[in-house]
Design a protein around this ligand. Structure first.
Ligand SMILES: C[S@@+](CC[C@H](N)C(=O)[O-])C[C@H]1O[C@@H](n2cnc3c(N)ncnc32)[C@H](O)[C@@H]1O
Length: 273
């Protein structure tokens, strides 16, 4: 039986989680925890087990096991680089990209990965990179990377701050915004949205949430990627990932095509035009 929302955790309990050693430096929004706690309570998790359930969900959401750079050290390194030195900036970007599993796996084929994407979606003026992680540091490998507006969204404040420092340093027309896209899907209109390697976690937080996000995004193209294998690269996940996308677009007039490059499945969802 569903529990009333009143059986959720108190703000004090949620702040205690946010201020724990594991999460204190991340500046996560309190509203994200409130949302997780309310949804877990509605799933019927008994009050005594609620804190544990919220911590587990948060662990999956933030995924510290995927890796992080030392944000303060990288910020200092970035400040010391010369803005016009594209070789040094590329090297710095590659170093940062290598700190997180999602971007590290792409490094051997980064140029090919973006070539494939931009060949499919064509010339664009704006991109929303939702749940961006460290992906905006791939900008130097994107064709005409600095010519379009790049708006990146993530929950993780040190990531958002480093991305904004990078945009400023390189003069890129972009900005990063700290926003929980599950609670507040981006409202900005753009040509395309990137939603890379996150839809399966999104579904774990709330089943059906990818579809809600896809519906809300005001873009012509949604480019969704999902890993073809699990984290140990031992178990193929293609069928499950394809099912997730099929379910998220079923009954819509959207057209979906897919490709795969280096263990990453890429789904091109054409919403219109
Ligand atoms: C697995 S990483 C993927 C990063 C990137 N998309 C890529 O493939 O390189 C997931 C990122 O999504 C962010 N994230 C997860 N849920 C989010 C949400 N609801 N709103 C905004 N960011 C979110 C996490 O903080 C993390 O940086």
């Amino acid at each position: 039986m569903k529990q009333p929302a009143s059986s959720t955790l108190s703000e004090k309990d949620l702040l205690k989680i946010l201020q724990s050693r594991k999460y204190r430096g991340l500046g996560l929004p309190l509203s994200t925890l409130q949302d997780i706690a309310e949804k877990e309570a509605l799933r019927g998790i008994p009050p005594k087990e609620l804190e544990k359930a919220v911590r587990e969900k948060l662990h999956q959401l933030v995924a510290p096991y995927l890796g992080d750079p030392d944000y303060a050290a990288e910020s200092a390194r970035l400040s010391s680089l010369t803005a016009g030195d594209s070789t040094a900036l590329r090297e710095w970007c590659q170093g940062v990209l290598s700190c997180h599993a999602s971007t590290r796996e792409r490094i051997p084929m980064l140029a090919e990965f973006y070539q494939l994407i931009f060949t499919q979606i064509g010339t664009i003026k704006s991109i929303l990179d939702v749940a961006c992680g460290l992906n905006p540091f791939s900008l130097p490998w994107m064709p005409d990377g600095v010519s379009f507006q790049y708006i990146a969204y993530d929950l993780h404040l040190p990531r958002v701050q480093l991305i904004n420092q990078f945009f400023k340093k390189t003069g890129s027309p972009g900005r990063a915004i700290q926003q929980d896209i599950s609670i507040h899907p981006p409202e900005l209109e753009a040509d395309a949205a990137f939603f890379f390697k996150e839809a399966h976690r999104f579904e774990a937080r709330q089943r059906g949430s990818s579809r809600i996000l896809f519906e809300r995004l005001q873009v012509r193209w949604i480019v969704v990627t999902l890993p073809a294998y699990n984290l140990t690269a031992q178990h193929p996940m293609r069928e499950r990932q394809r099912a997730l996308i099929e379910k998220s677009v079923s009954g819509t007039p959207w057209i979906v095509e897919d490709r795969e490059i280096c263990g990453e499945m890429i789904f091109f969802i054409r919403k219109n035009g």
